[in-house]
Design a protein around this ligand. Structure first.
Ligand SMILES: Nc1ncnc2c1ncn2[C@@H]1O[C@H](COP(=O)(O)OP(=O)(O)OP(=O)(O)O)[C@@H](O)[C@H]1O
Ligand SMILES: [Mg+2]
Length: 259
């Protein structure tokens, strides 16, 4: 068995409510994400997925249980950890290249190296012709591509993505998922992806974890046996894709509160 890139052990987390009570967001969550593995978490809205990522990123203090990232407790500004939010804001006064260089700048990487790395990544995400544009001049899908390039620019060994494609239209989403999948194939990074989209989870991940409704716990884990490289646009034609989708949906839909 390979090494754990992220190890979450018995983590529970509660928030204080305005009325002076507590709200249990996570309950005894244990999860291991192996080095180089692509793991997706799906779960009903409000079940604590973002809270878990925030704990792993060191943005929230751990109340009970333990978390290790590359064998050390979470720390803010961990250079090995990249965190991409659902609607990751680019700085409007910086060009796309300037935005892609931001994390590298904060780490003191020399200008020429920053420039080369940013341009290489922007090329890979299909923004080679837009490096001098400002965020407001780009579509939402293009802005999200730039945010992906910015997150990848420091070569994090662990990537956490919180619904990175959720704000995109169906076609843009598919193309961006496909280009991210290709990019990941030669990144050798560990990925923890939060998504509401089961097709996305199956298309991209090695394993899919289903969380219960609040308080979030690990309910089920599914291996994705579809071989790589995966041709995302033809996955729908595979019967094993549909069988897995049905199984995960059965598990997840039991947790969703239906109106
Ligand atoms: N800072 C906070 N203070 C108080 N309650 C919070 C805080 N952050 C999250 N919560 C509560 O904890 C629960 C889990 O929130 P979280 O954002 O982790 O859910 P989620 O699974 O990411 O949901 P979604 O799928 O909608 O993004 C929610 O009930 C939320 O209201
Ligand atoms: Mg969330």
């Amino acid at each position: 068995m390979s090494n754990a890139a992220i190890k979450v052990d018995g983590v529970s987390h509660a928030f204080s409510t305005r009325s002076g009570g507590t709200w249990q967001a996570l309950q005894s969550v244990s999860l291991v994400i192996h080095e180089g593995e692509f793991l997706a978490i799906v779960g009903p809205s409000g079940c604590g997925k973002t809270t878990l990522l925030n704990l792993i990123a060191g943005l929230e203090p751990i109340q009970s249980g333990s978390i290790y990232v590359n064998n050390h407790p979470p720390r803010l500004d961990d250079p090995d950890l990249g965190y991409l939010f659902a609607r990751d804001a680019l700085l409007p006064w910086r060009t796309i290249e300037g935005n892609a260089e931001l994390a590298m700048e904060l780490r003191g990487i020399p200008a020429l190296e920053r420039h080369n790395r940013a341009n290489e990544l922007l090329h890979e995400v299909g923004l080679a012709n837009n490096v001098d544009a400002y965020p407001a001049q780009l579509s939402q899908g293009m802005r999200q591509r730039a945010a992906i390039a910015r997150t990848l620019a420091t070569d994090p060994s662990v990537l956490m993505l919180d619904e990175p494609f959720s704000a995109l239209d169906a076609q843009t989403k598919l193309t961006l998922q496909a280009s991210f999948s290709k990019l990941w194939a030669h990144l050798q990074a560990t990925v923890l992806l939060i998504t509401h989209d089961l097709s996305e989870a199956i298309a991209l991940a090695d394993r899919v974890v289903v969380f219960t409704s609040s308080p979030g716990r690990v309910k089920d884990t599914f291996d994705v046996p579809i071989p790589r490289p995966r041709e995302l646009k033809s996955l729908q034609a595979r019967s094993d894709y549909h069988e897995l989708y049905e199984k995960i949906w059965l598990s997840l839909s039991a947790e969703v509160k239906w109106a």
